[in-house]
Design a protein around this ligand. Structure first.
Ligand SMILES: Cc1cc2nc3c(=O)[nH]c(=O)nc-3n(C[C@H](O)[C@H](O)[C@H](O)COP(=O)(O)O)c2cc1C
Length: 175
């Protein structure tokens, strides 16, 4: 699959996953794509934990309410360290966003489905911190996104995008 096919095929997948385990090599390749992302001042504030242990997966998924990805056999947790890149500028959000997008595209290129679950786990109920504690993540590092990884069973639902002409122009703002 070429890059543009991966971009077009990526959707937020919230359906069921195949029961086969996800090979470690594929999870490594996806995390490598995350490591290859740009970061402000090359601070590389994002790190990753792949989860493929069945008991650990169900322990983590059990923390999420409303539930997500109940049938997923693997996932990648995205961690961020909110440090200043220069002066008082912290680019941690941009850094982990770039890493997540790289990983979503890598997952699609390898034939997997995923979803960027951030809202679900970063609300006041602090599920991200609870997951981080289970995974032994130090207190100064936040778990900001949980990405199930697996082959989808269901037909992905495509989100409706605004027409191109409402969002992109040449030589000036044209809305
Ligand atoms: C910052 C961010 C947080 C998100 N958090 C969640 C979430 O908690 N739960 C969820 O189901 N989808 C989440 N999504 C996925 C969006 O809902 C999805 O990208 C959007 O609806 C567009 O659909 P598409 O990804 O299929 O193009 C998140 C996406 C982003 C970029």
């Amino acid at each position: 699959m070429n890059f543009f096919e991966a971009v077009k095929n990526r959707t937020s997948y919230r359906g069921k996953f195949e029961s086969a385990p996800v090979p470690k090599e594929d999870l490594i390749e996806i995390m490598e794509a995350g490591c290859d992302a740009p970061s402000g001042c090359n601070m590389q504030t994002t790190s990753f934990i792949a989860i493929d242990d069945p008991q650990l997966m169900s322990q983590l998924l059990g923390l999420v309410n409303p539930p997500i990805a109940g049938t997923a056999k693997a996932a990648i947790a995205v961690l961020t360290e909110r440090v200043f890149a220069y002066r008082d500028k912290c680019f941690a959000v941009q850094d982990y966003s770039a890493a997540i997008q790289n990983m979503l595209l890598a997952a699609v290129a390898l034939g997997y489905q995923s979803c960027w679950y951030e809202g679900h786990i970063t609300d006041d109920d602090n599920i991200g911190r609870k997951m981080a504690d289970v995974l032994g993540v130090p207190q100064n590092i936040d778990l900001v996104c949980f990405m199930p990884i697996g082959k989808g069973v269901d037909e992905p639902k495509r989100a409706k995008k605004k027409p191109f002409g409402e969002r992109a122009w040449f030589n000036g703002y044209k809305k």
